[in-house]
Design a protein around this ligand. Structure first.
Ligand code: GAP
Length: 592
């Protein structure tokens, strides 16, 4: 790291420390169950935080559900074990665990390697290689300093297990991603979409992962909120409206650049990235193009934002390609969202493991006449010959006829049954090739998935918006939050606790709330202190009712803007309309 980069990282690390303190003091977020010592990886969003998070979720819903014409669902957070057998989470959703033999502290082995060696992506290494690196670098336990050189690294499944109902006969898991709640309902959701591809289903909700070492406040927790879109497409026919995002400028960090010694980020546009093959899938490119301006609109600093492609060893078990949206925090890049091409992985798995159909019927423009190979076995032969296995033999013959007609060309056909091979006379199989007219075919849609972490975005918005300056010789801290997501849009203060001023202020609060603005009323302490309080929680405007308001014939109030601290006098009659226009982005404060 260069000297300048190190200084920048130190400064933002200091910001993180101050931010976490401010978050607790002002009610953004704090560790849960503090009265009982707190639990690692669980956070409560206080009044300001819950409001900011809710506004971010609403903004996401507006862009990714409403504006894109997608559906939204709300599925349970506990799902039965077979769902996760099918999805692959039971077998493959693991992190690398290393336990200290001296003090018993658990650590993520890949993080230990990344934090203490030059390896940047240890997560993509196989376990034996991670064990070798730990031994080679003589890494030690971060808690007690004991050597970990010969300690085995284990695969630790991140799902929280539970039992559904009394007893343990019906195991279940807290969902590790909201996505499975959408996939398992595909047979019904496709009906709501009138069996027409493409269509998208969104869900905003909690996900749970029993992280080995939760860290950095709400960046890595054990319970967090995801906003996910599962977009179902016909891979042969559907194309995104790439034109609409072609000019969006992006900073990309493709896998090829990460693998190259002098590789670097690339400044380009979505259109060019697709035509030059940097982003391989057009649907992924489309959603990156939608996401970039949206992140900008909710307050992510675009100079501290990029899209990074996953390296091949880093991808989740279901993903064919994946790009992360990353934000810079404390000199590190953190993943805020993943944009994965999941192919037909999930729907095929649920079709295989469940009793339902996870395909969609695709109607041809014109009916097609096709040749189909069929069998109609002679059961009076198969029954005595195979007994209880006769039906399994029929299934084998059907599969073989569909797959390999040539196998039926001789006098006998060979099939495998429970590891044993059997010969059957072709004459007893009823094999025939028939012409059939078909109106369409059943296809398994492919899935493109933009998956956003809400908590990490909230943290980024606060971190990127954190400011310190000096006003009238006094140090001030303020949060430069976008009006669309700020917990409170306007604070209203009577200058003094004078009955007349208070009555005016109450009326203004009621008017502004009627106009749908979120308003806070504050009459405690001097006016400077009240401004500072609102600055610290990121309230974009404050309205002060003073003696001019009640004495002049035209009733006016002072409106103060948070970032510049500029003040203007506005007519009370126009106040709600003007502030609503500013909130909607139709007018700027400077123009008043
Ligand atoms: N359905 C795909 C999926 O879950 P992911 O990359 O594992 O993909 C998506 O998670 C997003 O969820 C991440 O980009 C991140 O923002 C958020 N996330 C994942 N694990 C998290 C954790 N332990 N704490 C907070 N946010 C987390």
């Amino acid at each position: 790291m260069s000297e300048q980069a190190q200084t920048d990282a130190d400064e933002t690390a200091a910001t993180s420390e101050k931010l976490v303190e401010l978050a607790k003091r002002r009610g953004y977020f704090f560790q849960s169950s503090g009265a009982y010592g707190g639990v690692g990886g669980f956070y409560t969003f206080g009044p300001q935080g819950a409001s900011l998070k809710g506004n971010v979720e609403d903004a996401w819903r507006d862009r990714f559900a409403v504006a894109e014409g997608n559906m939204e669902i709300d599925a349970p957070t506990i799902m039965p074990e077979p769902v996760f057998e099918a999805s692959g989470h039971l077998d493959g959703f693991d992190d690398m665990l290393i336990e200290c033999p001296e003090c018993g502290a658990s650590s993520r082995a890949d993080h230990l390697v990344e934090d203490n060696t030059e390896y940047e992506d240890a997560e993509s290494l196989p376990i034996p290689e991670v064990e070798e690196v730990i031994a080679e670098y003589e890494l030690v336990c971060p808690e007690c300093g004991a050597g970990l050189a010969d300690v085995a690294v284990e695969a630790f499944n991140l799902m929280f297990a539970t039992n559904i109902g009394p007893g343990d006969s019906d195991p279940g898991y807290l969902r590790p991603e909201t996505a499975q709640g959408i996939f398992v309902e595909f047979p019904r959701l496709k009906e709501y979409a009138r069996n027409q591809l493409p269509f998208g289903v969104t869900q905003i909700g909690r996900a749970y992962r029993n992280e080995i070492s939760p860290r950095r406040s709400i960046i890595r927790t054990r319970e967090f909120t995801q906003a996910e879109l599962e977009y179902f497409v016909d891979p042969e026919e559907d194309e995104p409206d790439l034109e609409s995002v072609a000019d969006v400028e992006v900073t990309l960090y493709p896998a090829s650049e990460q693998n190259s010694e002098d590789g670097s980020e690339i400044e380009t546009t979505i259109g060019d990235a697709v035509s030059e093959g940097i982003i391989g899938d057009e649907w992924v490119a489309y959603f990156l193009g939608v996401a970039k301006p949206w992140y900008d609109s909710v307050g992510v600093d675009m100079d501290r934002f990029r899209f990074r492609q996953h390296l091949s060893g880093e991808r989740a078990h279901y993903a064919a390609d994946c790009w992360d949206a990353e934000s810079e925090i404390d000199g590190n890049w953190i993943e805020m969202a993943g944009f994965a091409y999941r192919g037909d992985y999930d729907l095929s798995k649920h079709e295989e493991y469940s009793d339902d159909r996870f395909t969609i019927f695709k109607q041809y423009d014109e009916p097609k006449t096709v040749e189909r190979a069929t069998v109609d076995p002679d059961m009076s032969y198969l029954g005595p010959e195979f007994g209880g296995d006769a039906q399994a033999v029929v299934s084998e013959l059907e599969t073989l006829a569909a797959r390999d007609r040539a196998a039926f060309e001789g006098d006998t056909i060979e099939i495998g049954l429970e590891g044993e091979s059997h010969e059957i006379p072709v004459a007893k199989t009823g094999f025939a090739v028939e012409e059939q007219t078909e109106a369409g075919e059943h296809i398994t849609p492919h899935v493109v998935e933009p998956s956003f972490g809400v908590d990490r975005l909230v943290y980024t918005v606060l971190h990127h918006g954190y400011r310190e300056d000096e006003v009238s010789g006094e140090e001030r801290t303020y949060l430069e939050l976008e009006p669309e997501v700020a917990p409170t849009f306007v604070g209203v203060f009577p200058l003094q606790s004078d009955d007349e001023l208070v009555a005016y202020a109450d009326e203004i609060v009621a008017d502004l709330r009627d106009a749908g603005l979120s308003v806070t009323y504050d009459d405690s302490g001097n006016i400077g202190r009240r401004y500072r309080r609102q600055d610290e929680v990121g309230t974009p405007f404050c309205v002060t009712v003073d003696y001019e308001t009640v004495e002049e014939t035209e009733t006016t109030v002072t409106v103060r803007e948070r970032d510049t601290t500029d003040q203007k006098r506005l007519s009370v009659d126009d106040l709600a309309e003007t502030l609503s226009a500013i909130r909607a982005g139709e007018m700027a404060f400077e123009e008043l």
